[in-house]
Design a protein around this ligand. Structure first.
Ligand SMILES: [Zn+2]
Length: 380
């Protein structure tokens, strides 16, 4: 690590892979305003795009996961028609492509978008969950055609909802597996809502040979990660930053769970800005990302929610550079970690690594006058 920092506009040209980006948290502020007008939703707290962007950023930065989640009420309210969902999905991937993105997994809870938009006088009928899936997938396909991106969608179930609801969400995810749905997730407040309650949904998904991830180790400690891995069989962990509570840091001594996560190469979907804003870590300086990367954990970087967290993939890479001294080699490693860990078919992952990611970093290194990449270690 170390070397001269790379400017944000140059980092934008570095290839990126995002595994953890919520559709309902990644809208453009101007789009939120327009969709609210179309849906006659009159509860937005601000009337111009810059002020609204600042409101979301302020509302999310209160060191609490439940407070962080509060802003979603507004975005979900304006995402209740097929046109709105298609547009939001297209724009999320368009923004990501313009930010150097080569592959992105967008996640959302389809049943949040079945309310209709009648509350404030508009007339649209309520969608069913299949309409929701189709609209989002159309938006993704459109962006993929336009920008040559790889993509997948992940269906989220919610910790505070019933296990039966989660089971139905897993069934829905499986129904769309041939149409772009690549995984099943569990999101929402961890404290008091254990992942183990939703075990049946995960069994269904896994026994159908499907990929699963679980938000864990964000607002609750290692026990939550343990449940995600061993009750739900998670192939990746959303955030997972509190795995460090199973490490005696001064001695660099790993407890059995941290050892398992390292040895089994369990990917951690880390979102730096979001982790600070929700209070998963006390500050960026105290974030364990740098430690986990150096120690060989399979860490990846994502934005979580570009709107709520006022960020994007390049800004997250810039934070990793500033806070932990990550070099371009480190960022390439993190990107390849993510691509290896994606829920896309193996052939697509290999193709993107060798055709897009490695050549992209080599080109950028040349433009920046940096020496060729040091050979890979054994720790990716
Ligand atoms: Zn998340």
């Amino acid at each position: 690590m170390s070397a001269a920092p790379i400017a944000l506009d140059q980092l934008r040209r570095a290839p990126k892979v995002e595994l953890h980006r919520h559709l309902d948290g990644s809208l453009r502020p101007a789009t939120v305003l327009e969709l609210a007008r179309d849906a006659r939703y009159d509860k937005l707290p601000e009337r111009d795009a810059d002020a609204l962007a600042r409101w979301f950023a302020r509302a999310s930065d209160r060191q609490s996961l439940p407070l962080y989640l509060a802003g979603f009420e507004h975005t979900i309210a304006v995402m209740q028609s097929a046109d709105a969902l298609e547009r939001v999905a297209f724009e999320a991937l368009e923004d990501f492509a313009r930010d150097g993105g080569v592959y992105c997994e967008l996640r959302f809870a389809p049943h949040f978008h079945t309310r209709g938009v009648g509350e404030n006088g508009a007339t649209s009928r309520a969608l069913d969950q299949r309409d929701v899936m189709r609209a989002v997938i159309r938006g993704c396909e459109h962006a993929a055609r336009e920008y040559g991106l790889g993509w997948g969608v992940i269906v989220c179930a919610l910790r505070h909802e019933s296990p039966d609801r989660s089971l139905a969400q897993a069934e829905l995810a499986l129904e769309f597996r041939e149409h772009g749905c690549v995984g099943f997730d569990l999101a929402g407040e961890e404290d008091g809502f254990p992942a183990a309650d939703h075990q049946r949904a995960f069994e269904l998904a896994r026994k159908a040979n499907f990929s699963v991830t679980v938000h864990a180790g964000e607002s609750f400690g290692p026990k939550s990660i343990w449940q995600a891995l061993h009750h739900c069989g998670a192939h990746r962990i959303g955030h997972g930053v509190r795995i460090v509570e199973d490490v005696a840091r001064e001695l660099d001594e790993l407890g059995p769970l941290a050892r398992y996560v390292l040895d089994k190469r369990v990917p951690l979907e880390i979102c730096l800005s979001s982790n600070v804003q929700t209070g998963a870590v006390p500050s960026l300086a105290a974030h364990p990302f740098g430690f986990l990367l150096r120690r060989g954990f399979r860490v990846t970087l994502s934005s979580d929610n570009t709107l709520m967290s006022a960020t994007d993939a390049s800004r997250e890479y810039a934070l990793a550079q500033r806070a932990f001294g990550c070099t371009l080699d480190d960022l390439e490693r993190v990107t390849i970690n993510a691509m290896k860990s994606a829920f896309a078919p193996w052939e697509e992952r290999v193709r993107l690594i060798y055709e897009r990611i490695k050549p992209g970093y080599a080109k950028l290194r040349g433009e920046l006058g940096l020496p060729p990449r040091a050979p890979y270690g054994s720790r990716t």
